[in-house]
Design a protein around this ligand. Structure first.
Ligand code: FAD
Ligand code: PYC
Length: 417
């Protein structure tokens, strides 16, 4: 029996975030840090956390121009999976899924990771061949993924329309049962609290406006909206803004920034038990624990820094959802939003060193970096702390765009581009 009453527990739960914010809110920046991380999203905060917890480095600041988790970390649709084609990607994303599996316990913070399964629908022979190729490749890498026929897909998600009269009938599906969803902002808060408890400074409302360098070319610090801050190493983890931040150090990045949007419906009783994605009809859907249908599709067709996105994408997405689930035709949408994702030519991330001594970068996650948060942060921290890449991030160099050794995951983001 708990020594607290039900109401006491609820009061504590509701005040939890407020209490915690008081513990770490906006310390005054010091003059110098060993490592400055630019960007207080999940990847930046996670990196700080692993640097402190696994490498004992705590003279670190995370500088965030807005509020932590206010970028893509708090704007995404939380799909987590590791069913990527190439060995390098499979290793990276499955490293992440394994960390997700213990994350709530590791952080003592409930990130609500729910392995409810991610089902990718096949509507054409091309889909079927492509998914079956992924299934075989995944299994060779020890990653679960299985083929379902249309009836089995409907058994897994009964509201799905598998009628042969549909414009693109469902002919089967690839199901990764270990895939699922998590609570996005809890990931930022959990990592921030753990890093802060180790002594890391998390400084919000602190925009980096320039990266400064010593005469020998190595980094010396950053100019910010709160003054100059010195650093021995700088790690840029600024998602859709990476090109702008890296330009401050004179580095041109192979990235394009696109708006990606999503929307949620009014809350419904539980009706979608898993994540459903369809590349051909072009939409994806899951249901949050609050009951909202969480819906998205592709990026806008043109580059932009608008954090909203355009209307035709939303109407196209909803048409696609109604084709897959005619029962949702009369459901009302509650709100929509967008984020800026940075996309590399091979749709794989860049994690590691740059031509500037002391400057590191973690970017290019495009439409799919939420799932990678723990894995990316874990290997990036290793690279920053030891000066050598972790075996998992070693292939994801910036140099690959010079050598041509690309990791072409063009189909990786499923519906999202
Ligand atoms: P962010 O959370 O964006 O953090 C970067 C931070 O850097 C921001 O907070 C920003 O304010 C800060 N910053 C930028 N410039 C500066 C500066 N000059 N000074 C200081 N701070 C700065 N991925 C999935 O795996 N599954 C999904 O289902 C999924 N759905 C998505 C849906 C949408 C609508 C969007 C937009 C993205 C989606 N993604 C998804 C992608 C995923 O959200 C991102 O890849 C991931 O969250 C990136 O995390 P991050 O920590 O690198 O970036
Ligand atoms: O990477 O699985 C994904 C994804 C789904 C929607 C956006 N990204």
């Amino acid at each position: 029996m708990s020594k607290f009453s039900f109401f006491e527990i609820m009061r504590k739960a509701l005040n939890h975030n407020e209490d915690w914010q008081r513990q770490w809110a906006d310390p005054e920046p010091k003059k110098d840090y060993d490592i400055i991380i630019i960007g207080g999203g999940g990847h930046g905060l996670g990196t700080a956390c692993y640097l402190a917890k696994e490498h004992g480095l705590t003279n670190i600041a995370v500088l965030e121009k807005g509020w932590i988790g206010g970028g893509n970390t708090g704007r995404n649709t939380t799909i987590i999976r590791s069913n990527y084609l190439y060995d390098e990607s499979a290793a990276l994303y499955d490293h992440s899924v394994r960390l997700w599996e213990g994350l709530s316990q590791d952080l003592n913070y409930n990130v609500m990771f729910s392995q409810r399964g991610v089902m990718m629908l096949a509507h054409t022979d091309h889909d079927r061949h492509s998914f079956q190729r992924h299934i075989h490749a995944n299994r060779l890498n020890g990653i679960d993924n299985e083929w379902l026929d249309a009836g089995q897909a409907q058994d897994y998600c009964p509201a799905l329309d598998i009628s042969p009269a549909a414009r693109y009938p469902v002919i089967g599906a690839a199901l990764q049962r270990r895939g699922g969803v998590a609570r996005h902002d809890a990931v930022a808060w959990g990592y921030a609290r753990a890093a802060s408890e180790c002594g890391v400074h998390i400084i919000q409302n602190c925009e980096v406006t320039n990266i400064t360098r010593h005469a020998n070319g190595s980094v010396s610090g950053v100019e910010t909206s709160r003054g100059f801050i010195g650093a021995k190493k700088i790690a840029v983890v600024a998602a859709g803004n990476t090109s702008n931040v890296m330009r401050m150090a004179g580095v041109r990045m192979p990235l394009e920034s696109y708006p990606l949007q999503a929307l949620v419906s009014e809350p419904l009783k539980p009706v979608i038990p898993c994540v459903i994605m369809s590349n051909s009809v072009h939409a994806y859907i899951s249901q949050s624990d609050k009951g909202e249908l969480v819906i998205g599709a592709g990026t806008d067709q043109y580059v932009s820094y608008s954090q909203t996105g355009s209307l035709p994408v939303i109407s196209h997405t909803l048409e696609a959802i109604c084709e897959l689930f005619p029962i949702f035709r009369r459901v009302r949408m509650m709100r929509s939003w967008g984020g800026i994702v940075d996309v590399t030519p091979d749709r794989s991330p860049i994690i590691g060193e740059t031509p500037v001594p002391g400057l590191f970068v973690n970017c290019g996650w495009g439409t799919g970096g939420f799932k990678a948060t723990p894995g990316s942060a874990h290997v990036f921290a290793h690279h920053l702390a030891t000066g050598t890449p972790h075996p998992v991030n070693a292939p994801f160099t910036l140099k690959r765009f010079e050598t041509g050794r690309l990791i072409d995951e063009a189909a990786a983001a499923a519906v999202a581009h």
